[in-house]
Design a protein around this ligand. Structure first.
Ligand code: NAP
Length: 526
């Protein structure tokens, strides 16, 4: 793709604005070529938020859910029409293969379409009914209902570098449907795709003025300019999450914060899943897919591979053989199945993480060096080979449960028995997702109860769905996304449930007649 570096502007207060200087240079992680620059320095964020609260709120609040759903659907259509250009950007700036780009781009568009359909079903309503009326006293006509009312501020969406499209639209779909204007801040390293998409949506004049703002560059004093009416939905590392959650103004004003952070996700091979069985094969397939899709740079990717002690060797051999067949290289070449990490900084962080894991694990394949690849300069690119490790002593190992290597890397952790497997999974300290593969329904049901509280989602693969499931790492808008503990304790998506973040829950106590009137104008959340 031939490009001359462009400066990414921000769309604030209804105008495209350029920040001062350069905060970040966006590069091609295969060639090291400069693609674009970004800076938000000197931009008036306070003014932009005020504009979004006034104009964006005014434009969205008067609309019914069905009317907002129509807008969300129109955004999806506008983006779908420009998909080819987005794919080019994802390949150039994120080192995505076409399949990787599809997860990000089509995942974003698909989530918008899903919420457009969901919103249509809410019809003319402008509020949500959370629970049916309850009687509070002897008098029959004195009751209470719980309503959900859209907040009066701006939804601040701070996104991670690995999903510049999906991260943007999975959040925007929900808050626009809820009636909240969005100020999206993509991660600087890959902001180009988000920038291009927002530019197209603004140019198409679909949304009311102020409903969608974009901040390209550093966050500056964004958090200090928030009020208690605003909401933050953050996705990124646990370290940044702690800074966002602990920001003095966020704390002082009790700004609601949803955190989607990192996670040491697991896959568990059940004791009954013998080599050659459908469960075993599904497990091996999924681990390889999770390690290599988007070069392992998915928050949901499998990092810990739990297998019965006696199967560790055969699993290691099966994974090693399949990983060796994955062609790594420039994603512009059709036969390449895995590209680079997104930046050289990410590559350095991945090797640092692997170094920590190597203190207690041995390499089955991969190493602490970038792979030698034909026609690719190791000093300018950001590749990490598919890297499989195996703990030397599963009971004593610590780093494997604590260090997220954000790349194509995972570690085999042998377990002794069912109780041991559950204990080891729980040592991840709260995860987005774990998947389990086996046939014994009793075991599968027990492990759901056992490890469930430490997760936001479980995928349980028995042979009947081995070829039909949507994947360990794919976030479906129908399902909860988030996880307790180190995963951030957030909740996103999950159908209508996702609307809660952008609403205030309100108990209304009053006469049956009044409550019936309110109920008539509300759609049920359930
Ligand atoms: P990051 O460094 O924590 O950055 C995340 C976002 O926060 C970026 O937009 C970043 O902007 C912004 N940011 C940085 N400092 C900030 C501050 N003081 N105030 C406000 N915003 C600030 O994470 P990343 O490297 O982009 O993403 C990788 C991590 O995200 C991985 O650990 C991964 O597991 C996690 N992740 C989680 C999920 C999930 O859904 N749970 C999804 C994807 C990724 P700049 O880029 O401008 O610095």
């Amino acid at each position: 793709m031939n490009v001359s570096p462009q400066h990414l502007e921000s769309y604030l207060s209804g105008r495209w604005l350029r920040g001062e200087g350069i905060e970040t240079t966006l590069v091609d992680p295969v060639t090291g070529a400069e693609l674009a620059t970004a800076s938000a320095k000197g931009l008036d964020l306070q003014g932009a938020l005020g504009f979004a609260r006034r104009q964006g709120q005014a434009g969205l609040r008067g609309l019914s859910f069905a009317e907002r759903a129509k807008l969300v659907g129109a955004v999806a259509d506008a983006l779908a029409g420009k998909r080819a250009r987005y794919e080019e950007i994802a390949i150039a700036n994120s080192g995505n293969t076409k399949a990787d780009a599809a997860i990000d781009i089509d995942g974003g568009i698909g989530t918008l379409k899903y919420y457009a359909r969901l919103g249509q079903n809410l019809g003319d309503a402008r509020l949500l009914l959370d629970e049916k009326p309850v009687r509070l006293a002897k008098a029959e006509n004195y009751q209470a209902i719980h309503l959900m009312l859209p907040r009066r501020g701006v939804a601040i969406h701070i996104n991670a570098f690995n999903f510049p499209s999906w991260g943007l639209w999975e959040k925007a779909a929900v808050s626009l449907l809820a009636g909240l204007p969005v100020l999206a801040k993509p991660a600087s390293a890959t902001a180009w795709l988000a920038h291009e998409m927002v530019r197209d949506v603004i140019a198409a004049k679909i949304l009311p003025e102020g409903a969608l703002s974009l901040l390209c560059g550093g966050a500056g004093n964004l958090l200090g300019a928030l009020t208690c009416d605003d909401v933050i939905a953050f996705t990124g590392s646990a370290d940044t999450a702690a800074r966002v959650r602990g920001h003095p103004d966020v704390v002082a004003k009790s700004v609601p914060v949803n955190i989607e952070a990192d996670s040491i996700n697991a896959a568990v091979l059940a004791p009954d899943a013998a080599p050659g069985s459908a469960s075993f094969d599904a497990f091996v397939r999924e681990v390889v897919r999770e390690m290599t899709v988007k070069a392992g740079q998915k928050c949901t990717a499998i990092r810990r591979i739990l297998v019965p002690d006696e199967r560790a060797d055969i699993v290691a051999d099966a994974l090693k053989a399949k990983l060796a067949a994955v062609k790594v290289g420039d994603p512009r070449q059709g036969d390449v199945r895995m590209g680079p990490l997104v930046t050289r900084g990410q590559q350095a962080a991945a090797f640092e993480g692997l170094r920590r894991l190597a203190a207690e694990s041995s390499f089955v394949c991969g190493s602490l060096e970038p792979p030698a690849l034909d026609g690719i300069d190791r000093n300018r690119s950001a590749f990490v080979a598919p890297t499989l490790m195996r703990t030397k002593d599963a009971a004593a190992a610590q780093a494997v449960h604590e260090v997220e290597v954000f790349g194509p890397a995972a570690t085999i952790v042998p377990y002794r028995d069912e109780a041991d497997a559950s204990t080891l999974v729980a040592r991840g300290g709260g995860s987005l997702v774990t998947s389990i593969y086996g046939e014994d329904k009793d075991f599968l049901a027990r492990i759901v109860s056992e490890i469930g509280p430490g997760h936001g989602r479980l995928l349980v693969v028995d042979p009947s769905i081995a070829g039909a499931h949507t994947g360990h790492g794919i976030v479906m808008p129908q399902c909860n996304h988030g996880g307790p503990g180190r995963a951030g304790n957030g909740e996103e998506l999950g159908g209508l449930y996702g609307l809660r973040l952008y609403h205030q829950r309100l108990a209304v106590q009053g006469s049956t007649e009044l409550l019936a009137r309110l109920q008539a104008s509300a759609a049920s959340l359930h």
